[in-house]
Design a protein around this ligand. Structure first.
Ligand SMILES: [Zn+2]
Length: 214
């Protein structure tokens, strides 16, 4: 974990997470996990570099979590260690599976009902020519739009550890991936231009994030 602190006292703490574990080798098969979740970890490192010289007006932490695949254990432990302070607003931004290849170029921002409108307003200030950004708090809608399996997106990744503890969260991802948890989750199945655009979009969102309205 690395943390950037602004020069004046902070009332807000943004915690960027991405899990670095994957399935590894099983039998003779090697599971690379390019999308799940090298895409999130690379984005985490890129965004950390972006903010090193010009920290935002809130505390910003970068956390690469372990043991996500078998039950969000790293994130659960991290959340259990957070100091309880009602004066500080915490927001988790979780990055998991940001790199797919599909015709419909939509980045999903999954959040709670309570935060949806506020985040929608903040995200609509950022434009992208390549991607459309959909803010949703509905797994059903996200499953319908990505034509994927029936996934409970609220519980699907590390943001759920924060959600359960009552913290605000946004999960950024590209939705259902047909290569998920197969040996074909490889760089060759990623649309790199789309991935770079998504990461830049998220970096810009954090740059413009107004934590006073959360
Ligand atoms: Zn994952």
């Amino acid at each position: 974990m690395a943390t950037l602190m602004p020069s004046h006292p902070v009332k807000a703490h943004v915690i960027l997470t991405a899990h670095y574990d994957h399935l590894g080798k099983q039998g003779h098969k090697m599971y690379g996990g390019a999308n799940d979740n090298a895409s999130g970890v690379s984005a985490l490192l890129f965004i950390a570099a972006q903010f090193t010289d010009t920290p935002p007006p809130f505390q910003l932490s970068f956390v690469a979590t372990d043991a996500e695949e078998n039950g969000l254990h790293g994130a659960e432990f991290f959340v259990s260690q957070l100091p309880l302070d009602d004066a500080i607003t915490i927001l988790n931004i979780n990055l998991d599976m940001l790199a797919v290849s599909r015709l419909k170029k939509t980045l999903y921002a999954f959040t709670s009902n309570a935060q949806r409108r506020t985040l929608q307003a903040q995200l609509s200030d950022i434009s992208s020519e390549l991607i459309k950004v959909k803010v949703t708090s509905s797994s059903n809608m996200m499953n319908r739009l990505t034509r994927g399996e029936d996934i409970d997106w609220r519980r699907a990744s590390d943001h759920y550890a924060f959600a359960k503890a009552g913290f605000a969260y946004i999960y950024f991802g590209m939705g259902y991936d047909p290569h998920h948890h197969t040996s074909s989750d490889q760089v060759s199945n990623i649309d790199q231009a789309l991935y770079i655009e998504a990461v830049n979009y998220i970096a810009q969102f954090i740059r413009q994030l107004d934590m006073t309205s959360l």
